[in-house]
Design a protein around this ligand. Structure first.
Ligand code: MET
Ligand SMILES: [Zn+2]
Length: 769
């Protein structure tokens, strides 16, 4: 009998229970014990769900209160001293690393003021992990026993699980060196780290775990030689320690073939590969297995919501069986299901025909089980027939082929993807147009989404208030935000995005070709979840999406008002994309829709338009090569197609955040001004890389994930550092990203200090000239 396995289940709860509890804890509304109890309930629920579905191999330690990589940093004591020095309870130290902490002194406690660790995108997904931050003084040791506790917790419920832990090579390679240890290459710490891994693994074995899923997703990247070699060091060592359980070396999100030599011959119990991403690798990866090793076949997509095509999955699993025999094959999800919404059954509003094309985490459990049964010879005829019918219905549905969109796509010319004049000429014209001071200040778009805003938006979407009432409410919000920005002296204003639940969903809801969920939340980072829309067909824009709002906002101020759009690549990446047409096609269709919007904004008198592309980097194929070059080309083309219809005097902005962006990727967009998240970047090389960016640039000056307020002096110091490298006349001042998750008091304080620092340099340079 072929076994089924799930590499991890979403931990947020079907109705965002984890978010609600975590935030309540942060706000002092519930105790740590209450928060821990929520975690326990969610875990129990998830394990039981999987057991009831008939999944053979169920993961434990896939739960986290913030991020599984941060859990590992905490577990292995990779905690910079700036966090430990306050002697906070472990849970609070953990959250301080995640999101910073600023707290006034009380009679019994000292004041706390510490920024968060850096957070970056997890491979090519929209999940963010907290980057392990190593220094020469890092002393690895086990802090607590979360993986063991959770294993035992499941066991007490009568459920045998396979604990999952990120592997040592990936843990180090995905990390960075701390400010005080920039010469340190994290991978050089491997030998010090391994005994602590062994200790953890032994404890898991002692608790009863036979096998551990050890995730080494870095194996799908281009790895330097020393990192490739580290696999042998690590796994030889772990194999040599008595009492370490069997390990299933797990990879996902790509093709492992280029790194096969690094894992060939490793003494692990088996390997897991992602055959959704790359079915072609079966041939090569199967060849490295010895005659005992397990082949875990990732075939149910952990990254998308399309119903599995059983016929083709079964064919692939059968091929795997031919190679290694049915007793050594496991049918698995391609990756953790963390990246998919919890349960399709909670969607009551979807068109039933379209809904039948989808499969969320809960449905995917049944998919792995069914495929495993099918290849084991069990009778699943009815399921296969229903599946084939659904797959066919989607292929033939009219929504997937809109002739008007196809026609317009065929008429895209190179001309449409270039601004009328090159940047220097545009710059001169825009100088006359806007008369901005040196060090212009702006924000990235959103302002705090207060409870009032969320409640009112919700009431409107549920039909509890009229459109007039809602519009009046939004106008009032815009008035307040505009007045606020004028009062504190910002130069280029925004309307604050109060009408947007989410920067992608908002546009998806206004475009043809999308479907939406009611409860389809997916964790983006910490307690921030998103509800990605689903691209189900060809995309077009039935009418203006943002023009009224922007025009209203501009009408109440003399300062320039930025129109605010989400770019084609970001809408694509933060939706669940189609898998039946290329990503390029989808991006260009989105670009055409946005182009119309940009032109409508310009016609309506909006002369600055920001088109956000924070997902540009995450869409980059994980490996260098033809696919990556092609991506860079079509991604930039899509952006330019969306933004090049305007006059030279219209200033196009773009924005990027939370990824290690290469300046060359954004050069090709030819935006007049870009803002990028930067406040936590302390690698001097990275800072240097952007210095030659040809157009204007705003480097993020404060962390918007943290309630912490930097002082004016801190801003002055940071800008001072940057000005050692950057030309002052190119430099804009702005936060890292939108302020929607912040509260007003810290927003006011941070922006006020930022504007003061900009003015300080404005004066300083005015005197110089
Ligand atoms: C993740 S990028 C966010 C950009 C958007 N304009 C905002 O301010 O929220
Ligand atoms: Zn951003």
């Amino acid at each position: 009998m072929v076994q089924s396995a799930v590499l991890g289940f979403p931990r947020i709860g079907a109705f965002r229970e984890l978010k609600k509890s975590t935030e309540a804890y942060w706000n002092g509304k519930i105790t740590a014990d209450q928060l821990l109890a929520t975690g326990k309930e969610i875990r129990a629920h998830n394990w039981k769900l999987q057991k009831d579905a008939g999944v053979d191999i169920i993961a434990s330690n896939d739960f986290s209160f913030y991020d599984q990589i941060l859990d590992l940093s905490a577990l292995f004591n990779v905690i910079p001293s700036r966090y430990t020095k306050y002697n906070l309870p472990a849970l609070d130290t953990y959250f301080a690393m995640a999101r910073g902490l600023q707290r006034k002194a009380t009679e019994t406690t000292k004041a706390v003021d510490v920024p968060a660790l850096e957070m970056v995108k997890w491979f090519d997904s929209n999940y963010h992990y907290v980057r392990p931050t190593f220094s020469h003084s890092t002393t690895f040791k086990l802090n607590g026993s979360k993986p063991v506790d959770e294993y035992l917790e499941a066991k007490a419920l009568g459920i045998e699980t396979r604990p999952v832990v990120a592997g040592p090579v990936s843990f180090l390679y995905l990390g960075k060196s701390d400010k005080d240890s920039l010469d340190l290459e994290p991978i050089s710490l491997l030998e010090k780290l391994l005994p602590v891994y062994a200790e953890l693994l032994k404890k898991l074995a002692a608790a009863g775990a036979k096998t551990v899923q050890i995730d080494e997703p870095t194996l799908v990247l281009d790895l330097p030689k020393n990192v490739q070699a580290a696999f042998k060091t690590a796994y030889d060592y772990l194999a040599s320690v008595e009492g370490v359980p069997e390990l299933i070396l797990t990879t996902y999100f790509g093709d492992v073939t280029p790194n096969l030599d690094a894992i060939k011959g490793l003494k692990v119990a088996g390997f897991h590969f992602d055959f959704v991403r790359d079915p072609e690798q079966l041939e090569s990866v199967a060849s490295i297995l010895n005659d005992k090793q397990i082949l875990s076949v990732g075939i149910v997509d952990g990254r998308n919501i399309w119903k599995n095509d059983f016929a083709s999955s079964i064919a692939l699993v059968k091929k795997a069986i031919e190679k290694v025999g049915s007793d050594r094959v496991v049918v698995a999800t391609s990756s953790s299901l963390l990246h998919t919404p919890v349960d399709l059954a909670n969607e009551k509003k979807l068109d039933p025909e379209i809904k039948d094309w989808f499969s969320f985490a809960t449905q995917k459990l049944d998919e792995v089980v069914t495929i495993a049964k099918a290849v084991s010879g069990a009778d699943v005829t009815d399921k296969l027939a229903a599946n084939a019918k659904s797959v066919k219905s989607r292929k033939e549905h009219e929504i997937t082929n809109d002739s008007a969109v196809r026609k317009r796509m065929s008429e895209i010319t190179d001309d449409l993807t270039h601004r009328k004049s090159p940047f220097p000429k545009r710059l001169a014209i825009q100088k006359e147009e806007f008369h901005l001071p040196l060090f212009p200040t702006t924000t990235i778009g959103s302002f705090p989404q207060t409870k009032e805003i969320r409640v009112t938006r919700n009431k409107f979407s549920k039909g509890k208030i009229s459109e007039e009432e809602y519009t009046a409410f939004i106008k009032k919000q815009i008035q307040e935000v505009v007045k606020f920005q004028e009062d504190i002296g910002l130069d280029v204003l925004v309307h604050g995005e109060p009408e947007r639940n989410d920067m992608v969903q908002y546009f998806g809801e206004r475009l043809k070709g999308f479907a939406f969920t009611t409860n389809g939340w997916v964790q983006s980072y910490g307690s921030r979840y998103v509800r990605p829309p689903i691209i189900v067909g060809d995309v077009s824009r039935p009418g203006p999406m943002t023009v009224k709002t922007s025009v209203y906002a501009q009408s109440i101020t003399k300062k320039p008002m930025k129109g605010m759009l989400t770019g084609p690549v970001t809408i694509l990446r933060w939706s669940f994309p189609r898998d039946d047409v290329s990503q390029k096609t989808q991006a260009l269709q989105l670009a055409l829709s946005l182009r119309d919007e940009v032109e409508d904004l310009e016609k309506a008198g909006i002369n600055v338009v920001q088109v956000d592309e924070p997902a540009l980097r995450e869409g980059l194929p994980l490996r260098a090569g033809a696919e990556r070059s092609a991506y860079l080309k079509w991604a930039a083309e899509s952006f330019r197609l969306a933004t090049s219809g305007v006059k030279d005097s219209t200033q196009i902005h773009s924005h990027f955040c939370y990824s290690d962006l290469d300046p060359n990727h954004i050069k090709a967009l030819d935006a007049d001004v870009v803002s990028i998240e930067f406040s936590k970047k302390d690698d001097p090389n990275y800072i240097q890389e952007f210095a030659n960016y040809p157009n204007h640039i705003g480097l993020g000056l404060f962390d918007i994930h943290s309630p912490r307020v930097p002082s004016e002096e801190e801003f002055v110091a940071r800008i001072g550092e940057i000005l050692k490298i950057y030309q002052p006349e190119k430099f804009w001042c702005n936060p890292d990203c939108g302020l929607k998750t912040r509260k007003w008091p810290e927003t006011t304080a941070s922006l006020t200090n930022m504007v003061a620092a900009a003015k300080y340099y404005r004066n300083k340079y005015a005197k110089k000239n």
